[in-house]
Unconditional design. Structure first.
Length: 134
């Protein structure tokens, strides 16, 4: 536990899951487990969670969600950067909204650590490294 001013803060529990299982996702964080129906923004979040601290272009996220990625991980073709930014931002915003409704603790964590735009990233607190089970 760490003291942050007048509040005490605990690191998340050891079991952190963000896994797609058919049409649903299992999300576990802070000792709470929830299942959410699949929406595209969850796929974008999962891709970012596997790459903490890495800036990923919105074009790449759209290509991955469509399965339009070459063997070396590069997008084959896709929308313009602006269209990709709008698509990804909207999808991630919708996914974060669903997560906040169903799992407020995880929603708060992701809202504070996910960056959206032409480049997106997941940047968790380096003092509390998280290994997501996918």
């Amino acid at each position: 536990m760490e003291s942050t001013g007048s509040q005490l803060r605990e690191a998340p529990s050891q079991e952190t899951i963000f896994r797609q299982e058919g049409e649903y996702w299992t999300l576990a964080y802070g000792g709470i487990v929830r299942r959410l129906k699949d929406i595209k923004g969850l796929q974008h979040l999962a891709y970012l969670l596997l790459r903490p601290g890495v800036r990923v272009s919105a074009v790449e996220l759209v290509a991955v969600a469509r399965g339009a990625v070459s063997s070396d991980g590069e997008p084959r073709s896709g929308p313009s950067a602006e269209r990709a930014r709008l698509t990804v931002t909207k999808a991630i915003k919708a996914a974060l909204g669903k997560i906040c409704e169903q799992h407020p603790t995880l929603g708060q964590h992701l809202s504070a650590t996910i960056r959206r735009g032409y480049f997106c990233s997941y940047t968790p607190d380096p003092r509390y490294p998280i290994t997501w089970q996918m």
